[in-house]
Design a protein around this ligand. Structure first.
Ligand SMILES: *Cc1c(COP(=O)(O)O)cnc(C)c1O
Length: 357
């Protein structure tokens, strides 16, 4: 804990973390001990090329700028804060990677232990490294995310551990602050909100956030919520669970989303849509975001922009695409999408030849 107060007040020039900043909207008491790493206040970047392409004003909410590199920190600061308030000594989660990295970091900040179950062979290298280096007990299972979540639910009912997956309602409460920030940054709610959908907690959370901000008089309108799934892991689009989900976007490689109903509500109440994009559309958007907009996100994140590229939107609209996690999480995919240059001699001649030929 910072000696200055309950959170690290040196972060982001006065930003005190999202629980302190949005306290009035969150289920905390005046005496709640807040566990924060200064999450939130992520950049909303104007996307020049996408704006031109769609004749609209397109903004990218870059959640990779959170302390552990994904939006999961928004939910985790509150989930761990509430677990501590309830006297919990250990937390557990199933994860496609980012939840485990975030849970591990916040559990360490709270001096409680963290157990994570991940599908062996299907999480990006950076995320596995993070969970381990933050000190979590990592168990790789021979089974996919959906199986891991099933086991975690059971552990939560039978063992003295708190589940911090998004079936924990505090996760959604924390994540709704993403919508607050978008409105605070733009000055209004966008016409369209594009978002990747895996377990569907985040689309549920953003929709809740926008609605609460309208009720509080902070904005007048609500966006159309456009959820984007990967074609090989698109249960909500298909209308039934997918037994063996498969996509390069490992963070949304989920066949039976926990917040399925929340996603459908966000779609129907907002007059939005949920559809899928292929892995090659995801990778196109992934490369394009880095090359044209200077934003390096992970493949799952790029699905929101892949969805925007495919969608006819009213010219002049305002659009926000959430980019859920940082590109450095998944170096293997980045390397697979580029040509790594060969080494040359350290002479002007050799270097000139390499550059200009
Ligand atoms: C968790 C995650 C998602 C999916 O979010 P849900 O709330 O499960 O729908 C998308 N992208 C990244 C990078 C994630 O970590």
């Amino acid at each position: 804990m910072s000696p200055l107060g309950t959170v690290n007040e040196s972060s982001k020039l006065g930003w005190r973390g999202l629980i302190e900043e949005y306290r009035a909207f969150l289920p905390v008491r005046p005496d709640t001990k807040v566990i924060s790493l200064g999450e939130g206040a992520t950049p909303l970047i104007y996307a020049r090329h996408l704006s031109e392409l769609k004749s609209a004003n397109v903004y990218l909410k870059f959640e990779g700028a959170n302390p552990t590199g994904s939006f999961k920190d928004r939910g985790m600061t509150l989930a761990i804060t509430k677990a501590i308030e309830a006297g919990s000594k250990a937390v557990v989660c199933a994860s496609t990677g980012n939840t485990s990295a975030s849970a591990a970091a916040y559990a360490t900040a709270a001096d409680v232990s963290c157990i994570v179950l991940i599908p062996a062979g299907y999480i990006a290298l950076g995320k596995l490294a993070q969970a381990l280096i933050y000190g979590a007990k990592v168990v790789q299972i021979r089974g996919n995310f959906d199986k891991a979540l099933e086991i975690v639910r059971e552990l939560g009912e039978t063992k003295p551990v708190t589940v911090v997956n998004s079936i924990n309602p505090y996760r959604i409460e924390g994540q709704k602050t993403g919508a607050f920030e978008v409105v605070d940054q733009l000055g209004f709610a966008p016409d369209y909100h594009f978002i990747p959908v895996g377990n569907a907690g985040n689309i549920t959370a953003y929709w809740k956030g926008y609605n609460e901000y309208v009720s509080a008089g902070k904005c007048d309108t609500l966006p159309k919520m456009i959820g984007v799934q990967a074609a090989g892991a698109a249960p909500i689009v298909l209308g039934h669970p997918v037994e063996n989900p498969d996509t390069i976007a490992t963070a949304i490689r989920i066949g039976n989303p926990a917040s399925w109903k929340g996603a459908l509500l966000a779609k129907s109440e907002s007059g939005g849509d949920i559809f899928s994009v292929t892995d090659s559309e995801i990778l196109f958007a992934y490369r394009m975001l880095a090359k044209s907009e200077s934003v390096f996100c992970e493949p799952a994140s790029a699905s929101s922009v892949a969805g925007l590229i495919k969608t006819d939107i009213t010219p002049g609209s305002s659009v926000v695409c959430v980019l859920t996690g940082h590109g450095l999480k998944d170096p293997d995919t980045a390397i697979s999408q580029i040509e790594v240059p060969n080494a040359v001699d350290a002479t002007i001649e050799a270097i000139s030849e390499a550059i200009f030929l």
